[in-house]
Design a protein around this ligand. Structure first.
Ligand SMILES: NC(=O)c1ccc[n+]([C@@H]2O[C@H](COP(=O)([O-])OP(=O)(O)OC[C@H]3O[C@@H](n4cnc5c(N)ncnc54)[C@H](O)[C@@H]3O)[C@@H](O)[C@H]2O)c1
Length: 272
C-alpha cells in the first residue's frame, strides 16, 4: 500500500522548522510530507517547494493525489493589518479549502489560534471551552474565526474532513515566554508535532481543538483534543524551565513573580 501524502502550506515559517522535522522523523507518522511555501529557501536542495495559496489553479494542481493538507500559511501576527489577514488568512484559507475540494483531498488541518477567544483571556474569564462563542481580541483573531467558519462550511457542504487547531504559542525557546499567559499557552515543538500527526490520523471528521503543552496553569480546555485526537502532551513550560535551570541556565525574567499579578499578554504576544 502506498503511503498517504500530506502537503504542508507555509512550511518555511516558525512551525515549519523544528516541528516538521520532528513530524517527518516520527516513526508513527506513516505518511510522506510535501513542504510548500510562497517564500521557499532558494537553495537547490531545499525541500520546500514554491506555492502561493492564493493561487487557486496552482494550489489545485499541487493537491492532486494528496490525502491531507496541513494549512499553516498565513499572516501569523496578532498585530497584522486587516488587509494582510483578509488576503492571507481569509482568502488564502478559502482558496486552500476550495482547491482541496476540487482535487479530492480527504482532510484539511487548519492552523487557528488562541486569539479567536482572546477576549476571554484579556478578562480572565476562565476556563475557556471550544463550545463557547468566539470572542476575538484582534483583527487577526477575527480572521482565524473566519478560517474556522470556512472550515465548517467546507465540511458541511462538501464533506471535507476539517480539523481546526487553536494553537497557543509554539516555540522551541521556552525562555521567550516571559509572562503568565504566554507560559500557560506555550506549546513545545514535540507536542506540536504530535498533535499534527494525530490530527492527520484521527478518526473524527470535524472539530475545533485547543493545542497547548501540559502547562499546569493553562485555562483552555484540552478535553476534546485528548479524547478525539488522542493528544497526550509530553512537555510543560514549568518542566522545560526547570530542566534548563538545573543545567545552570539563568532564570528567565519574571520567574519569581507571583502568578496572577501580571497583565495578560494580549497585544504583546509574540505570535498568533
Ligand atoms: N507560531 C505560533 O505559535 C502560532 C500560534 C497560533 C497560530 N499559529 C498559526 O500557525 C500558522 C503558522 O505559524 P508560524 O508561526 O509558523 O508563522 P510564520 O509567519 O512563521 O510562517 C508563515 C509562513 O507562511 C508563508 N506564507 C505567507 N503567505 C503565504 C501565501 N500566500 N502562500 C503560501 N505561503 C505563505 C510565509 O512565507 C511563512 O513561511 C499560521 O497560520 C499562524 O497564524 C501559529
Amino acid at each position: 500500500m502506498t503511503r498517504p501524502t500530506v502537503l504542508v502550506t507555509g512550511a518555511a515559517g516558525t512551525i515549519g522548522g523544528d516541528v516538521l522535522r520532528l513530524l517527518r522523523d516520527d516513526p508513527e507518522a506513516g505518511f510522506d510530507l510535501v513542504l510548500t511555501d510562497a517564500d521557499p529557501d532558494e537553495g537547490a536542495d531545499s525541500p520546500v517547494r514554491g506555492l502561493d495559496v492564493r493561487d487557486l489553479d496552482a494550489t489545485t494542481r499541487a493537491l492532486e493525489g494528496v490525502d491531507t493538507v496541513i494549512h499553516l500559511a498565513g499572516a501569523a501576527s496578532p498585530e497584522a493589518s486587516w488587509e494582510e489577514v483578509l488576503d492571507l488568512n481569509v482568502v488564502g484559507t478559502r482558496t486552500v479549502l476550495e482547491a482541496a475540494h476540487r482535487a479530492g483531498v480527504r482532510r484539511v488541518v487548519l492552523a487557528s489560534s488562541n486569539h479567536v477567544m482572546g477576549m476571554y483571556d484579556r478578562e480572565r474569564a476562565w476556563p475557556v471551552y471550544t463550545h463557547q462563542p468566539v470572542r476575538p481580541d484582534s483583527l487577526y483573531g477575527v480572521s482565524k474565526a473566519m478560517v474556522e467558519v470556512l472550515g465548517r462550511y467546507y465540511h458541511d457542504e462538501h464533506g471535507l474532513d476539517v480539523l481546526a487547531l487553536r494553537i497557543g504559542w509554539e516555540s522551541g525557546d521556552w525562555g521567550a515566554a516571559d509572562d503568565e499567559l504566554t507560559r500557560a499557552m506555550w506549546v513545545s515543538p514535540r507536542d506540536m508535532a504530535q498533535v499534527l500527526r494525530r490530527a492527520v490520523q484521527a478518526k473524527v471528521r470535524y472539530g475545533v481543538y485547543y493545542v497547548v503543552s501540559d502547562n499546569p496553569t493553562r485555562p483552555w480546555d484540552l478535553t476534546n483534543t485528548m479524547v478525539d485526537l488522542g493528544y497526550r502532551p509530553q512537555d510543560s513550560w514549568q518542566e522545560a524551565a526547570g530542566e534548563e535551570e538545573a543545567a545552570g541556565e539563568e532564570e528567565p525574567a519574571g520567574e519569581e513573580e507571583p502568578a496572577g499579578e501580571e497583565e495578560p499578554a494580549g497585544e504583546d504576544q509574540p505570535k498568533g
